[in-house]
Ligand binder design. Structure first.
Ligand SMILES: [Zn+2]
Length: 473
């Protein structure tokens, strides 16, 4: 039995069994001090004073134990706006593990005019053998036609891709019209899948971008002013109406504002099944960041950051169960890449880095500041994403038979976020200098210690592609 990790090595043997003693085990429904026994990749016993002997024992006294975090909205190594997001599957999933996120779901983007299979192969080419943490894919359908329609069933039943992303914006590149949307919804509904959406009114946004540019208004602030709240509220309501009409399971990604939240509350009154995700940045940061000169480009993302009143609405939506998931939309670009839009906000690559800090920021802002309780934290950090995206109870909880994806967390340790110490492949932090309460200490992925004391003990290729089932919600 080894009871501490030798400090001179950065690898651990693959233990056949691990016993974690005396941690406070917290799931979406339970909260108690217990021991967890792991054999191979799986949790096989939970209880007080377990008597199993293990190859390796971890003392978690005074710590919380959470299910591994799930971030269902990331973009790794993604070609976009003439460049590529700067974290690849290795750097991105490794940074995620440092922050307690053991699984991510990335987006495959269909090229208009080509098949879904063609896009899947391109994403497999970049991800295979490279991920450190576990991952899965959503399929973004950007061109729904008779050929695409034929591929839906195969993706759900053979590839474990059960969620289909749509864009109501980015005309000419990613956007589908309402006719294609309805067709896709009806096809996905047949096989029990989920349709997700980037819900903003693309035509309104294109009009406002052109207007601002024609007036010589080129600063990052005009990125924000080109996407007012109404563009998101209108599209969210329209999506919910179409999802209700076709009776498909719907899901709105990166919801930012009160207007969009109220649109799905209205849909819920009509018993339409539309779930919603927000992202950590919309809960913490606001549009005043765009009022500086080009620095504001760090937070140029779509939809943009909103107002303080929207943050209050989103926390309310989480507590009321109208918003089920907190993700990141992690899509980092180095400063040099952001400079592509130095003279024109519409050329700034959209996206910001957050994959590493989602869980600690959500704990610090949410739990430590009293906005959400511990069980809600686990729900929106992990459990609900596992249920909605068809991985529960393999992922998203601490239970007998579940994958041993676990985060041992010190709820009181304070630390400060900085680009000097983060592990993402990007040369600035969107949260530079933010002091956080609560720190990830040890992370297990499928029964293997992958992070311990600020060291990553797993190599690329350790991450596994997870085939998903249809939604359990
Ligand atoms: Zn995204």
């Amino acid at each position: 039995m080894i009871d501490c990790i030798p400090f001179f090595t950065n690898t651990l043997p693959n233990f056949m069994s691990i016993l974690i003693r005396n941690g406070r085990v917290i799931t979406a429904s339970e909260n108690a001090i217990a021991d967890i026994f792991i054999e191979g990749e799986t949790i096989t016993a939970i209880g007080t004073r377990l008597e199993q002997t293990a190859d390796y024992v971890i003392d978690a006294s005074g710590k919380y134990i959470f299910p591994g975090g799930i971030d269902p909205h990331v973009h790794l190594d993604m070609p976009f706006m003439g460049t590529s997001s700067s974290d690849n599957y290795e750097t991105g999933t490794r940074a995620a593990l440092y922050g307690g996120t053991t699984m991510v779901i990335d987006f495959i983007l269909q090229t208009q005019g080509k098949s879904l299979r063609h896009a899947l192969e391109a994403w497999q080419g970049r991800s295979n053998g490279n991920a450190v943490g576990d991952y899965s894919f959503h399929m973004a359908v950007t061109d729904f036609n008779d050929q695409t329609k034929e591929e839906i069933r195969e993706l759900i039943e053979q590839e474990g891709i059960t969620s289909f992303k749509t864009f109501m914006a980015y005309k000419g590149a990613l956007m589908i019209d309402d006719r294609q949307m309805i067709g896709l919804m009806q096809e996905v509904k047949k096989y029990g899948g989920l349709v997700t959406v980037h819900a903003t009114n693309g035509d309104m946004i294109d009009y406002l971008i052109a207007k601002h540019r024609s007036e010589g208004k080129m600063a990052p602030l005009y990125h924000y002013l080109s996407q007012p709240e109404v563009t998101e509220a209108e599209a969210s309501g329209r999506f919910a109406a179409l999802a209700g009409y076709t009776e498909v399971n719907g899901y709105i990604v990166h919801m930012t504002c009160e207007g969009a939240l109220n649109a799905i509350r209205d849909a819920a009154k009509r018993n339409h099944n539309v779930k919603a995700e927000t992202c950590i940045q919309y809960l913490m940061l606001d549009a005043s960041l765009y009022e500086q000169n080009f620095e504001g480009a760090k937070w140029v993302m779509s939809p943009p950051l909103r107002e303080k009143k929207d943050q209050a609405a989103l926390w309310g939506g989480i507590n009321q169960g109208a918003i089920q998931v907190v993700a990141t939309d992690h899509c980092p670009f180095k400063w040099e890449q952001k400079l592509m839009g130095k003279d024109d906000f519409s050329k700034i690559p959209n996206g910001h880095p957050a994959i590493e800090h989602r869980m600690e920021l959500l704990f610090s802002e949410g739990v430590a500041k009293g906005k959400i309780n511990l069980s809600k934290f686990v729900e929106v950090n992990s459990t609900n994403a596992a249920k909605i995206f068809g991985m529960y109870p393999q992922k998203g909880t601490i239970g007998i038979g579940s994958d041993a994806d676990l985060v041992i967390f010190d709820p009181s340790e304070k630390h400060t976020i900085s680009a000097q110490t983060h592990h993402m492949n990007v040369d600035y932090s969107a949260y530079e200098g933010v002091e956080v309460t609560g720190k990830v200490k040890t992370v297990l992925l499928r029964g293997k210690v992958v992070i311990d004391n600020n060291q990553c003990l797993a190599e690329k290729g350790n991450g596994k592609y997870i085939k998903r089932k249809t939604t359990a919600m």
